[in-house]
Design a protein around this ligand. Structure first.
Ligand SMILES: *Cc1c(COP(=O)(O)O)cnc(C)c1O
Length: 405
């Protein structure tokens, strides 16, 4: 997931355009900016690249999620169903909007299990928020059917899935809205930034105002804009948008490299029958930022991770089960609802209740899963070496545990 790995003169050129005029803000200053509108250009490029009607840039993926929740009218008293394997930002955005995050299990797609979603629906459920983890999209047919049947909103956390698709459709265009992240380690980066994408004009217009103190952006004089509702400041700067504009033009190039390296590494690991791979709801739509693989048991997986650590080859491989950013098991701050200011006591109680439920079905999957981040810089030789080192370790562990000869 590393657009920053190929930092180039193209990014420098776009940033320099902005430095030349010194107009670092995305709104106003029409004369002095001399026709340079990087944020507007990037929004247009997002729509064109991903086939969405509207895109609203934000300061981060987290603020894109917060903005989308608010624009969809999701707030106090509402429950939103999301997977227990995601990034902490998914629930942070919900808490900032006063929403109850209702965590449910993931399945072997590493995304939300539609059967678990069905079981978690209550009269208070307002939306389902699948998270397209590790570069591949959730089972959107099943989730769309559930949302239709129960009249729920569908908001896609697409922060990790730029460049992915599901049956030809891009993230954020199947549900009511989607959120992208352009933080420093995502497939394309702005350094910091995000976007809400949607096909609904009303949702877009709310995002537009919400991210800029409620400005309606209807007048020619920013100071005279009306404020039809209360907003916040989740604006992106022109400098950040400039980086993103260079990167989106290179996205095809990044994805092609990822796909090539991913296929090569997968073909090597596939030689070991004990290794299985993540199930993909639409294999053609994998953006290939990660190769996610499973071993037969937690014990074997831990032994392999341990051996890789000893050999100094663990960098770039993620054992999410022990990770305290991405999997619920280690989110103690959430389980205790530790916040700096007081949460409403009802919300606090609900947060603790849902964060401390039993996720045995997810544990059984996540405890056997390793994701290998696919680099844009690897040579063919390096992929081969990496793959061979991994299978040497796995075969050694399997032998030691008397799994195979
Ligand atoms: C990165 C990420 C976010 C948040 O994006 P930021 O730009 O870092 O705020 C949200 N959800 C998921 C799944 C992510 O990976």
């Amino acid at each position: 997931m590393p657009g920053f790995e190929l930092w180039s003169d193209k990014e420098r050129k776009e940033v320099n355009d902005v430095l030349e005029t010194g107009i670092l803000m995305r709104y106003g200053f029409d004369g002095p900016r001399k026709g340079i509108w990087k944020s507007k250009e990037l929004e247009a490029a997002i729509c064109k690249t991903f086939g969405s009607q509207y895109a609203q840039l934000t300061s981060s993926g987290t603020s894109a999620l917060t903005t989308a929740l608010s624009a969809l009218g999701i707030g106090y008293g509402d429950e939103v169903i999301l997977p227990c394997f995601t990034f902490v930002a998914s629930f942070e955005a919900m808490l900032s909007a006063g929403v109850v995050p209702v965590f449910v299990d993931v399945d072997d797609t590493l995304t939300i299990d539609p059967a678990a979603v069905r079981k978690a629906i209550t009269p208070k459920t307002k939306a389902v928020m699948p998270v397209h983890m590790c570069g591949s999209m959730a089972d959107m047919d099943a989730l769309t059917a559930i949302c239709k049947a129960h009249k729920l909103l569908l908001l896609e956390d697409a922060c990790q899935s730029i460049g992915a698709s599901y049956k030809g459709k891009t993230p954020g265009t199947i549900g009511d809205a989607g959120a992208f992240s352009f933080d420093f380690v995502k497939t394309m980066t702005c350094a910091e930034g995000g976007a809400v994408v949607t096909n609904h004009e009303a949702v877009y217009l709310k995002c537009d105002g919400y991210t800029d103190h409620g400005h309606d952006h209807q007048g020619i004089d920013r100071g005279a804009d009306l404020h039809p509702f209360i907003g916040y400041n989740y604006r992106i700067s022109e400098l950040h948008a400039a980086v993103g504009l260079a990167q989106i033009k290179r996205l095809e190039e990044f994805l092609a490299i990822q796909k090539k390296n991913h296929a090569h590494l997968k073909s090597i690991l596939a030689q070991v029958p004990e290794i299985s791979f993540r199930r993909l709801p639409d294999p053609a739509g994998d953006s290939c930022t990660f190769l996610s693989w499973f071993l037969p048991t937690e014990e074997i997986t831990r032994a392999v991770i341990n051996e890789m650590k000893i050999l100094g080859i663990l960098a770039g491989h993620f054992y999410w089960y022990d990770n305290n950013w991405h999997y619920i098991r280690k989110w103690d701050h959430l389980k205790n609802a530790t916040t700096l200011n007081a949460l409403h006591p009802d919300l606090k109680g609900q947060v603790i209740f849902h964060a401390t439920k039993d996720f045995a079905a997810s544990d059984a999957i996540m405890s056997r899963c390793v994701s290998t981040a696919i680099s844009l810089l690897w040579t063919e030789e390096q992929v081969r070496e990496k793959g061979e080192k991994i299978i040497t370790v796995i075969k050694k562990v399997l032998r030691e545990q008397n799994i195979t000869a």
